[in-house]
Structure formats: structure tokens, C-alpha cells
Design a protein around this ligand. Structure first.
Ligand code: CS2
Length: 523
């Protein structure tokens, strides 16, 4: 057979794999964990907005562990996709079952994974197809918690101040929907719109309040959600705003688990040992940590049985997580993407970058953290570097680089602001900010272009273009630093502008590797 013909005919067709499904659970290989409880006993106690990979590898995993440990099964999850039907289309034929693959490397550095089929996701609703179903789910008598992983931009807030963006077109649209006219099931677009309308129905029906639980990487995510939702509700009906404030609770919570986007390779890596096809498995790391304030309006799952920390005040955990884990992640993402290191493990394998992350954390971030009993900070940072070095995750630096405008205020600028207030050095933190600015030019050090994915991409491009007209690098950085949605009160701060100019100048002239090496040294 000629080579051309062989290519057309392709390899012999493989037997199509049976789909993961409750009826196929019994045939799973023994080493694959699976639901060992009766799924029929689950009740839909949690409505989760944003049922992407993170929610499934985090909330559903902790929930599954709690139920396995004998916890209350009335907290099954109804997932909501606010945009695309893809997760529902993948999981409906599997009756909500999906596989979590915990991946790392063995002592010899060979990748390995442990598979678990998760059973507590009961249903997935697709908001644009049936907004009324989402409102009804939030208003359902069974619902006791409405949780969210909608990413930073899903909160429709001004990143630097946390204020509701009333002028955002989707917010403006949702504010116009009539909360009294429930029969028409308004075509809501925002998470806040769905929450306000769902809670409006609950209140109208005299049903008990619920807990609103944000699982996103925002500062004081519970309080932030409360402020936004109450501001939104006040615009559509002050009594509803009062009811939410008086009865619903919004615990702050801090989530930590690295969950890269699923690829075709992941599907194959899971299908092979499973001997079944899972349309949307989720790869993740073995590490998982969750601190949540124990302040629930209508009960909660027995998450303590799953090792979740139930705390009075999550603030110290939040600082640690956002500033150390996410701050390092963003620094590695921008520097790595510019240097052409496509994945986080590739980037952190460079001694210069590893050194920079350690110095930034130990010298500049550590003094801004709040005391946590028994925390060995150096061990925590070393543990983070080991997590980032996990070669089995292939976490793309470009994935983390997305939405910088929404992430950097809490990951880097809050720390910078506190350091500046005491006159403390900020060279490494400013390098991370300069790396973002460098990244926004859209071409890496090898001349390869990429798109800037950010809800404020257009405004950022304009700010950059305006800054480019300035005669010196210092003036360009100063002009760009007036982009207030990100820089907020630090706009134009002389010390920050000086430090960013120095770092950006170095990135532009000697590149990422040499700059990281220099900035990793004591200054
Ligand atoms: C990452 C986070 O994509 C990002 O911005 O920094 O998703 C990170 O992986 C998690 O917060 C880790 O807990």
C-alpha cells in the first residue's frame, strides 16, 4: 500500500470503548476508587454555579470524601454551567459520573496517577438554555448552599476596589429584568442576576435562607460576594436586599488545588486504565486544602470528615494562599510564557526562576502574612515549589496568564501596597508586575505572538498604546500604572513605577532568565 493510501485508510479501527456510566461501575478495575454509597440517597442540597474542572476536582472531591466517611448524603450537587453546554453534554450520558486523576511522579520521576470516579454530581443545568431551571434550583426547598467557582471575572466587579460594575452590559441587562415576573423566567446573564432572582423566589415562597459560598481566589470572597449581591439586589428591590443581608450567610473560604485544563491526552490517559471512555475527566495534583468559615445558614455537609478546616476567620489562610501560591503562580506564568517555557514545571525547573520565587516569598511576602499556628513558612514555600515542579500536570503558563487584570490586585498589588506603606523593598514583586506588562505586548522572547485573554484586554491595549507614546521607559511605565482598575490607589506611585521600570528595562534588554537570576540575589 502506498504511504499516501495508508494515511488515508489510517490504522485499523479500534473497538469503541463503552462509556463510563453507573451500569459500568462494577466492571472498573479494582484500583479505581468509585462511589461506595447509594447514589439514590443523594438529595440536591448544593447548587453550584460554574461547574468547570476546578469545582469537580475540589468541591465534588471533598463532598465525596465526606459522604464516604458517613456524612449527610443530602448535600448532592446540582451543577450549573453559566455559558456553554459542554460539561452537561459530556456528563449527562454518564449520569453525572466523571473521573478525577490525581497525578504526580514516583521516586524515579515517572508520571503516575490514581483514578477516582466521583458520584455526587447529580445533574448539570445549562443557564442560557433554561434560565428558569437555574432560578428554580436556587429556590428549591432542598437547596441549602449555593456555591460558586465562576473565576474572578464572573463577579462582574472592579478588580482594584471590589465595587459592582453596574455599567457592565450583562449587569445592566440583568438589572432590567423584572424580579416580580418569575413566570417569564428572564434570560439572566450574570451569576449575581441568578442569585438575586433565585433568592427572590425563595423569599416570596417563604422558604428558609441559604448559604452563599464563594470558592474563587478573591480577597474575602464571602464578604465580597455579599457586598456585590446586596448592591445588586438593592437595585432591583430593597426588601430583597434586606432579607439577604439579614438571613443568608457568606462564609469566606480559601481553596487550594492545581487543576489544569483537560486535554485529549488526558482523556486517553484515563480511558486506558479505566477500560471505559470518560468524555470529561479532570486531572489534578494530589494536594488539596480548604479552609472555610463555619458560618452556614442552613446546615452544611460533614466536610470536616474530609479534612476540611472549619475556621472562625479565614483571613490568615487567605493571605497565605493568594500571596504565596497565586502570587508565585502569576509571576511564573508571565515570566515563563515570555521565555517560552510552556508549562509551569518547565518554568520552575529553571534554577533562576526557582530562586526568584523563593526570594520573593521569603523576603518580600512573608513579612506581610498573618500568624498561623504551627506554620513552617519555609517548608510551605518549598512544598509549593515541589507542587509547581509536578511534571505530570503539564499546567500551561498561558492558562494561568489569563485574566491578569482580575488577579493581580490581590495576588501582588495588595502585598506591594503594604510593603510600600512601611518603606520595605518590593523589587521582586515589582518584577512580577513588570513581567505582566511585558507579557501584554503579545509576543514572547522568541518572536511568537499570542492573544491576550482578559476581560479588560481592549482597555489594556489602549492603555499600553497611550503609554507607548511617552518618550522614556520610565514615563511609559508611569503612564501605564494609571490603569486604575488594576493599580487602584497605587496608580502612579513613584517607588512602584521606579521598581517596575528597572525590572522592565532588564526584561527588555537581557531577557527573563538573566533578569530572574539578578533579582533572585539580595538587593
Ligand atoms: C492559578 C490558580 O489559574 C490560576 O490563576 O493560579 O487557578 C491556581 O492553580 C489555584 O488557585 C491553586 O489553588
Amino acid at each position: 500500500m502506498s504511504e499516501r493510501l495508508a494515511a488515508q485508510v489510517g490504522p485499523p479501527a479500534m473497538e469503541p470503548l463503552t462509556r463510563l456510566h453507573p451500569s459500568s461501575l462494577a466492571a472498573l478495575p479494582a484500583e479505581v476508587a468509585r462511589p461506595l454509597y447509594r447514589r439514590a440517597e443523594l438529595r440536591p442540597g448544593i447548587v453550584h454555579l460554574g461547574i468547570g474542572s476546578f469545582a469537580r476536582a475540589f468541591l465534588c472531591v471533598a463532598n465525596e470524601a465526606a459522604i464516604h466517611a458517613g456524612g449527610d448524603p443530602r448535600f448532592g450537587v446540582v451543577g450549573v454551567s453559566l455559558r456553554s453546554p459542554a460539561v452537561r453534554d459530556a456528563l449527562a450520558p454518564q449520569e453525572g459520573l466523571f473521573t478525577v486523576a490525581r497525578r504526580d511522579a514516583d521516586e524515579q520521576g515517572r508520571p503516575r496517577q490514581r483514578l477516582q470516579v466521583i458520584g455526587n454530581l447529580m445533574q448539570v443545568l445549562v443557564a442560557p438554555e433554561d434560565p428558569a431551571a437555574v432560578v428554580e434550583a436556587i429556590a428549591s426547598r432542598d437547596t441549602r448552599i449555593v456555591s460558586l467557582t465562576i473565576t474572578e471575572k464572573g463577579y462582574t466587579l472592579d478588580p482594584a476596589s471590589g465595587r459592582l460594575l453596574e455599567e457592565h452590559p450583562d449587569v445592566a441587562h440583568d438589572l432590567m429584568q423584572d424580579p416580580e415576573d418569575l413566570s417569564r423566567a428572564p434570560a439572566l446573564r450574570t451569576a449575581l442576576g441568578f442569585l438575586a432572582h433565585g433568592l427572590g423566589v425563595r423569599r416570596a415562597r417563604g422558604l428558609p435562607p441559604v448559604t452563599l459560598l464563594s470558592l474563587d481566589n478573591l480577597p474575602h470572597n464571602g464578604r465580597t460576594l455579599q457586598n456585590l449581591l446586596v448592591a445588586f439586589a438593592r437595585r432591583i428591590g430593597p426588601p430583597l436586599a434586606d432579607w439577604i443581608e439579614a438571613h443568608c450567610t457568606f462564609p469566606n473560604s480559601v481553596v487550594d488545588r492545581i487543576v489544569p485544563a483537560t486535554t485529549q491526552a488526558d482523556r486517553r490517559l484515563v480511558a486506558e486504565p479505566l477500560h471505559l471512555a470518560d468524555a470529561w475527566p479532570v486531572p489534578t495534583e494530589p494536594y488539596i486544602d480548604w479552609a472555610v468559615e463555619d458560618h452556614f445558614a442552613a446546615g452544611r455537609p460533614d466536610w470536616h470528615l474530609a479534612g476540611v478546616r472549619l475556621v472562625d476567620d479565614a483571613t490568615p489562610w487567605e493571605r497565605l494562599k493568594l500571596r504565596v501560591v497565586n502570587g508565585s503562580h502569576s509571576a511564573v506564568a508571565y515570566l515563563g510564557a515570555m521565555a517560552g517555557w510552556a508549562t509551569v514545571d518547565q518554568a520552575i525547573a529553571q534554577p533562576e526562576l526557582r530562586g526568584l520565587v523563593r526570594t520573593m516569598q521569603l523576603e518580600e511576602v512573608a513579612p506581610t502574612l498573618l500568624p498561623l499556628p504551627n506554620l513552617d513558612f519555609t517548608g510551605y514555600v518549598d512544598g509549593l515549589v515541589a507542587r509547581l515542579a509536578n511534571p505530570a500536570l503539564a499546567h500551561r503558563t498561558q492558562q494561568i496568564a489569563m485574566d491578569g487584570s482580575q488577579k493581580l490586585p490581590q495576588r501582588l498589588l495588595a502585598t506591594i501596597g503594604e510593603r510600600l506603606a512601611t518603606g520595605a523593598p518590593i523589587a521582586r514583586l515589582a518584577l512580577a508586575m513588570a513581567a505582566w506588562m511585558h507579557y501584554l505586548r503579545g509576543i514572547d522572547e522568541w518572536g511568537r505572538p499570542y492573544a491576550i485573554e482578559d476581560p479588560l484586554a481592549d482597555a489594556l491595549a489602549t492603555a499600553r498604546a497611550v503609554a507607548e507614546r511617552e518618550p522614556t521607559l520610565h514615563d511609559r511605565v508611569a503612564a501605564f500604572s494609571h490603569f486604575t482598575p488594576v493599580f487602584g490607589e497605587l496608580a502612579g506611585h513613584a517607588t512602584l513605577v521606579d521598581a517596575m521600570t528597572k525590572a522592565l528595562g532588564s526584561l527588555q534588554s537581557v531577557g527573563v532568565r538573566m533578569t530572574a537570576a539578578r533579582w533572585a540575589q539580595p538587593h
